[in-house]
Design a protein around this ligand. Structure first.
Ligand SMILES: C[S@@+](CC[C@H](N)C(=O)[O-])C[C@H]1O[C@@H](n2cnc3c(N)ncnc32)[C@H](O)[C@@H]1O
Length: 290
């Protein structure tokens, strides 16, 4: 079978399984199998695959046909130019979160603090914390998560991206992670920036999501409680104690949640400075201060 035939056959199979952008996915899987950039496939359409390559591709395509996310199969994704390892233990980083990380970087770079500090609440793979550490070399970053496995993955990712010594990792339930015995040496206790992409799907909605999400992203990374807004209530109520004067909170949220979240923060005596849209013009990020 040639490269082109393998792509066509895999794409047909994936399309039948309901996978979106089946041709692109087939090309990415073959590129991964061959260990080369996707564009190189276009120069070698007539090359005949070896038996091992064909067998390897068949396995990958089967997994993707079972709706396992491409990033779980390839083992990583790109986030703000950083290679981030991905597994079942943490949410696959989404493109819209890159904007959140970018806004966080802009704010940290603009603060007058000699060593700006940031807390990534619910760090998952560590994608936001790693971006902040890499793009704001003077800043001190703390990352917390409830999941020990996610935190271990975030640590690995920080090591791989050469920023591990710039990030303190704290395990625990929300801000309690900063107060735990294990975090006794964690400093600072207050931050210029609290940044979070918390779980925000209403519990009952999770079953209606695409298989890639509901069957492969960890439930703890998705479930925002009965109305999906539980973490925003916690953040609005608990974050003030951890925010330095002049600091900001930046949170990502889901489609249709902007008004409810704005109300939650305003009721908690926050000044909502802006609601930012993502790359597809959907309200996605709230920025607030005290
Ligand atoms: C939506 S994911 C975001 C992950 C990552 N920041 C990103 O943007 O890709 C939310 C993260 O919050 C963590 N989490 C859930 N409940 C938590 C809690 N009570 N305290 C701390 N972290 C929590 C989950 O384990 C998950 O890693």
């Amino acid at each position: 079978m040639t490269v082109l035939e393998a792509i066509q056959k895999s794409a047909d199979f994936l399309a039948k399984k309901g996978v979106e952008s089946a041709r692109l996915q087939a090309e990415l899987l073959l590129a991964h199998q061959l260990g080369q950039p996707r564009m190189k496939l276009y120069l070698n359409f007539d090359r005949v695959l070896t038996a091992d390559e064909t067998d390897g591709l068949r396995e990958l395509v089967k997994r993707r046909g079972n709706r396992e996310p491409l990033q779980h199969i390839t083992g990583s994704t790109s986030f703000q130019g950083h290679e981030i390892g991905v597994s079942r233990h943490a949410l696959v980083p989404r493109p819209e979160t890159e904007l959140l990380a970018e806004l966080g970087c802009e704010f940290l770079r603009a603060t007058q603090a000699p060593t700006p500090t940031a807390l990534d609440f619910g760090t998952g793979t560590g994608c936001i914390a790693i971006t902040l550490a890499a793009k704001c070399p003077g800043a001190s970053i703390t990352a917390l998560d409830l999941s020990p496995d996610a935190l271990a993955l975030a640590r690995q990712n920080a090591l791989k991206n050469l920023v591990a010594e710039r990030i303190q990792f704290c395990l625990g339930d929300g801000f309690c992670a900063l107060k735990s015995a294990a975090a006794i040496n964690v400093s600072p206790r207050q931050f210029d920036l609290i940044i979070s992409n918390p779980p925000y799907i209403a519990s009952a909605e999770i079953e209606t999501l695409e298989p890639e999400v509901k069957d492969f992203d960890p439930r703890a990374a998705l479930d925002g409680g009965p109305d999906g807004l539980g973490f925003y209530r916690r953040l609005a109520a608990e974050a003030p104690e951890f925010l330095r004067p002049g600091g900001k909170i930046m949170v990502e949220f889901g489609d249709g949640q902007a008004d409810a979240i704005k109300t939650i923060f305003e009721n908690g005596k926050w000044i909502v400075e802006s609601i930012q849209e993502d790359y597809s013009q959907r309200a996605r990020i709230l920025i607030a201060s005290r």
